[in-house]
Design a protein around this ligand. Structure first.
Ligand code: 5GP
Ligand code: MN
Length: 387
């Protein structure tokens, strides 16, 4: 959905500049700018005064979205009466994401706190306080977009440069490597110690969005935060195994089929070297695999030396293309995907489309060419971050 169709007002005047100038270089909490400080104070005040807090992450959640939300959900539940103003009663905490049935991706089922999730149709229609995680725009909340639009106070916790600032409180820091960095900051400000279970959610977010400390958003602060989280006793090998190192046998057949038909379009005038493929419903049905099995294909495709841009068109169960795009730095896939109604970061972005795959790719090629440095409407020069 575009900003024009959104039921949300535009950015709050005092939050639009909630951006830091430099990259995080020392400690995990050093990312905040002075105006973000005001937003943090407003967020804590709203949480302190709430009898009920609804948490929502983006649909088809990844480790950062779900891990951050479950970490905060657990922190809010364990927050002792002594930590709250005037010993007030604990708020009711509801955590969800806007799709029915509520299907937790298999690779994220190891996260502590999944038992706290509520189906979206049981989320209050007009939450007193609602908080969103890793959602760059309101439409990424799926079925819960309407609830967010009606919330008295809407706290947006996110790190996408493309975030539309759709909250009443916008905790948006594009220099944060993951939403989990901001979730950790919030938990600290609420005075809740980071338990092993809370750390596991935050760590899952951190490793998901830094590609296990491989992407160039892996700052010293990221490693400092990872160290603090590991100190709680979580097992990094176990997390990596759950997230990336396992799949049913059928996945090998799917990978073989979709990599076998990948196309390489070498760089030429007006173009970036590009590699792309599709994962159709038929591919998945042939191997008995759910949509999420298509998610990791991009991680293989993006290795292609000859291509700066890698693209996977993943057909979902409704027949829509969920497009994943990655770039190595020459192209800005975030700008191109935003132009096509999606969002993301310069090096990792996506959008939703329908129609023949060839047409979707033609539209994307057009946007990539338009974004080349020197081209009209070029958005080159954006910050370099991971998903
Ligand atoms: P992925 O390819 O891993 O699904 O997503 C990469 C990045 O693009 C993430 O930051 C994700 O939030 C964003 N993204 C992916 N698909 C969409 C989409 O359909 N709409 C929007 N707004 N962002 C997307
Ligand atoms: Mn993220």
């Amino acid at each position: 959905m575009t900003a024009e169709r959104s039921p949300f007002p535009g950015p709050r005047p005092d939050s639009a500049a909630a951006r830091t100038e430099g990259r995080e270089v020392s400690a995990p909490s050093d990312h905040r700018a002075p105006d973000l400080e005001t937003e943090w104070a407003r967020a804590v005040k709203a949480i302190d005064g709430a009898a009920e807090i609804c948490l929502a992450c983006h649909i088809r959640p990844d480790g950062d979205a779900l891990g951050s939300m479950l970490a905060v959900a657990q922190a809010l539940r364990v927050r002792g009466a002594a930590d709250r103003p005037r010993g007030s009663a604990p708020p009711r905490v509801i955590a969800s994401f806007g799709e029915l049935p509520l299907r937790i991706p298999r690779i994220l089922r190891f996260l502590p706190g999944t038992d706290l999730l509520t189906p979206p149709d049981a989320v209050p229609g007009r939450p007193q306080v609602m908080m969103t995680f890793d959602a760059a725009s309101a439409d990424r909340l799926g079925m819960l977009e309407a609830n967010a639009a009606r919330a008295e106070e809407l706290i947006v916790l996110d790190h996408h440069a493309s975030n539309t600032s759709f909250g009443t409180v916008n905790l948006i820091d594009q220099d944060a490597a993951a939403t989990a960095v901001l979730a950790h900051e919030l938990i600290g400000r609420l005075g809740v110690p980071v338990s092993r279970d809370i750390a596991l959610g935050l760590y899952a977010g951190l490793v998901t969005d830094t590609g296990s400390f491989r992407y160039s958003n892996t700052s010293p602060g990221v490693h400092l935060l990872a160290a603090r989280l590991l100190e709680t006793g979580i097992d990094p090998g176990g997390v990596a195994h759950e997230l990336w190192d396992r799949a049913p046998f059928g996945f090998l057949g799917l990978l073989s089929a979709v990599l076998g038909r990948a196309e390489l379009e070498p760089a030429g005038p007006g173009r970036y070297g590009l590699v792309w493929t599709t994962v159709t419903r038929a591919d998945r049905a042939a191997h008995g695999l759910p949509f999420e099995a298509a998610e990791s294909v991009i991680d293989v495709l993006r290795r292609t030396d000859e291509a700066d841009v890698a693209v996977v068109l993943k057909e979902d169960d409704d027949g829509l293309w969920q497009v994943s795009a990655r770039a190595k730095g020459a192209a800005d896939v975030g700008r191109a995907c935003v132009a096509l109604g999606g969002g993301g970061h310069p090096r990792a972005a996506g959008f939703t489309a329908q129609g023949p795959a060839a047409d979707v790719m033609a539209a994307l090629r057009h946007q990539l060419a338009a974004g080349r440095p020197g081209a009209a409407g070029s958005g080159a020069g954006a910050a370099d971050t991971g998903p």
